[in-house]
Design a protein around this ligand. Structure first.
Ligand code: ADP
Length: 460
């Protein structure tokens, strides 16, 4: 189902429930109003009938004619008023009967030919009819009360049903959003993040509502296009790098021969120029090596020839090489016992070389570069720290991406920004990981964690 359809359906369902509840409330309040009006009219008629009964008694006891007339008029007025609050046919009949009996009593009262017993009988009949009027109104009032009670129960049922329906709907919506909408969004965001950090194998799983599936599909298409473009670019650069390496090797060999030539040893200026050229050729060779390694990694062709080695020897050898050719002061800290690791020697040497070379490149020439090897129970930790320019927080996140050259240092120092990308891939291919701690002007520490060899732990 699509996100749009779900939202539209949900809106319609909620609107229908709201309209039904509003209609029910309208009917309910109208009916309750009518019921209360009926109850009030019945109560009024009870009062009028009782007052008429009292006036009738007064009339029967009255001695003078004026009093008799006024009470008779009062009873008539009460009954007339009661007729405007009649709530049923039955009440109408009873009221008519009461008026009739009253008139019969008043006529017999005035008729001197009637015996006292006949007058009393007519009085009793009129009094009884008024009593009936009281009773019918009490019954009607009770009925109105029962009616209101029933409507109250209906209102309660409607409220409970509407609340339960809305709660169920809200719960269903939450569950749906969590499982079908939010989960795919978070997954897509994580995949984009992985892709952004250089993992070009990151693929978004197409699931969830139609719109999200489309987004995932578009992302996958875009990612595939970028990855293909990048592959083609890297393959082209690798080709160029490969072709450049051949004349570079010839140049390197030529320089070595020239440096070995005894006729040049006396000419100090020429010798230093040749040495400078040799250094630049070496640097170019390293850059071309990075290009070729980057291309291999992008193509998934990084091969490792793993054997068990003592990490101390490996690290010491690389540091030794740098000590001879750099003005930096090296502090090498190695444990006394052998540190066996299962690795491709050349590749791990490449990692150490790259990290030390960066430490040298991005720190002042007489500063200290610390190289520490620390064996743990499961992992071996190699730290390379410098006192150089450091790296800003926002640059740290892009540091291991291919062709990423960050900060001010990158403009002044030669490089292609592939070294750390290659380093990370080599470390990860060995089942390890690389971390960095740095701040601008505070130097940098690169930490490589490699799994310690289980096989040789006993031997080590
Ligand atoms: P590059 O060939 O440019 O040195 P890397 O991949 O080795 O390529 O490094 C990428 C970027 O990371 C460098 O351009 C530099 O800005 C930064 N960087 C690497 N190591 C250090 C360090 N030790 N100190 C400061 N910046 C560093």
């Amino acid at each position: 189902m699509s996100l749009r359809k779900t939202v539209v359906t949900l809106t319609i369902v909620v609107t229908v429930i709201a309209v039904l509840v509003a209609a029910a409330l309208f009917v309910l309040t109208t009916s309750l109003h009518r019921t209360t009006a009926n109850a009030a009219e019945s109560a009024e008629n009870v009062r009028l009938a009782l007052q008429a009964q009292i006036a009738l008694t007064e009339h029967a006891r009255a001695k003078d004619l004026i009093h008799q007339r006024s009470t008779a008029n009062e009873i008539r007025a009460r009954l007339l008023r009661a007729s405007s609050f009649v709530g049923s046919e039955q009440e109408r009949r009873i009221l008519d009967k009461a008026e009739q009996r009253l008139e019969t009593y008043l006529a017999s009262y005035r008729d001197s030919s009637r015996t006292a017993a006949e007058v009393m009988a007519a009085y009793g009949a009129a009094y009884g009819a008024l009593g009936e009027l009281v009773d019918i109104n009490v019954i009607q009032s009770k009925e109105a009360q029962d009616h209101a009670g029933r409507w109250n129960e209906i209102a309660n049922v409607i409220a409970v049903v509407a609340t339960v329906l809305l709660l169920l709907l809200a719960a269903a919506l939450l569950v749906w959003l969590k499982a079908r909408a939010f989960a795919p969004i978070f997954e897509l965001a994580a995949t984009m993040n992985r892709f952004g950090r250089g993992d070009h194998s990151a693929v978004a799983v197409e699931r969830g509502p139609r719109e999200l599936r489309e987004m995932c599909r578009h992302f996958n298409e875009m990612a595939a296009a970028i990855a293909a473009q990048r592959k083609a670019q890297t393959a082209f650069l690798a080709g160029v790098a490969h072709d450049l390496r051949t004349p570079l090797s010839a140049l390197q060999m030529g320089i070595v021969l020239l440096l070995r030539d005894p006729s040049h040893s006396s000419n100090e200026q020429l010798r230093s120029a040749l040495e400078r050229i040799a250094r630049q050729i070496k640097r170019m060779d390293r850059m071309l090596g990075d290009f070729l390694d980057g291309a291999k990694i992008e193509a998934g062709l990084l091969e490792l020839r793993v054997e068990i080695h003592d990490a101390r020897e490996l690290v010491a050898e690389v540091v030794d090489l740098f000590e001879g050719m750099s003005e930096h002061r090296f502090e090498l800290r190695l444990p006394d016992e052998a540190v066996p690791i299962c690795c491709d020697r050349l590749r791990i040497e490449q990692v150490v070389t790259n990290l030390i070379s960066n430490a040298i490149k991005y720190s002042p020439s007489d500063s200290v570069v610390e190289v520490t090897l620390r064996p743990g129970p499961k992992q071996v930790e190699l730290r390379v720290s410098d006192q150089g320019v450091g790296i800003s927080e926002q640059s740290l996140s892009r540091l291991f991406e291919p062709f990423s050259r960050v900060g001010l240092s990158s403009e002044a120092v030669p490089g292609v920004g592939l070294g750390l990308f290659v380093v990370r891939r080599i470390v990860e291919a060995h089942g390890g990981r690389i971390e960095v701690e740095s701040a601008p002007g505070q130097g940098s520490t690169f930490k490589v964690l490699l799994p310690r060899s289980e096989v040789l732990r006993g031997r080590g």
